[in-house]
Design a protein around this ligand. Structure first.
Ligand SMILES: Nc1nc2nc(S)n(CCO)c2c(=O)[nH]1
Length: 159
């Protein structure tokens, strides 16, 4: 069984664009994963923990035969490979790869929550996602309506 999965990627340390593109290269090389689409790259004001540099964010669509937790483990390996240090949980990072959706599955384990619990509250996630998602609704939620309610809309600019 193949699942359509949307990912969100972010980086706000050093050569942010290189980290994003290296992550995309590594994701497309994973056995059982096929990279289908990537969004534009956006420079975005930090949300949550604001005492840090601006991020570059993007979204990607993959098709995968991997189960959700297998995919998560592969993405964590890629973060480690690209020197992801989890010093401050909400702090600066070389690369952050979040699973946003996984087909229409709902997953709630200590390791993985799908849909991503904050995806519909973040313009830095929704604006890149709208570059590549053909559907207007995900998990029954209208993406445009969700974006209208995001406080960080003005902080997302095409890079
Ligand atoms: N703009 C922006 N703000 C963020 N705050 C956190 S935490 N992150 C990491 C992703 O959860 C980001 C991010 O990727 N972009």
């Amino acid at each position: 069984m193949n699942y359509k999965v949307f990912l969100s990627l972010g980086s706000n340390i050093e050569d942010r664009e290189k980290y994003l593109l290296d992550a995309i290269d590594n994701i497309s090389a994973v056995s059982g994963v096929s990279l289908e689409k990537i969004s534009n790259i956006y420079e975005t004001e930090p949300v949550g923990y604001t005492e840090q540099g601006r991020f570059l964010n993007m979204a990607a669509q993959i098709s995968t035969s991997l189960e959700a937790e297998e995919l998560l483990d592969k993405l964590l390996e890629i973060e480690k490979l690209l020197k992801r240090e989890r010093i401050i949980h909400w702090g600066p990072r070389t690369i952050d790869i979040d699973i946003l959706t996984y087909g229409d599955l709902r997953i709630d384990t200590p390791k993985l929550k799908v849909p991503h619990p904050r995806m519909f509250e973040r313009a830095f996630v929704l604006i890149p996602l709208m570059d590549i998602c053909e559907k207007e609704r995900l998990y029954g939620i209208n993406i445009n309506d969700a974006l209208d309610k995001c406080g960080d809309k003005d902080g997302v600019r095409l890079y």
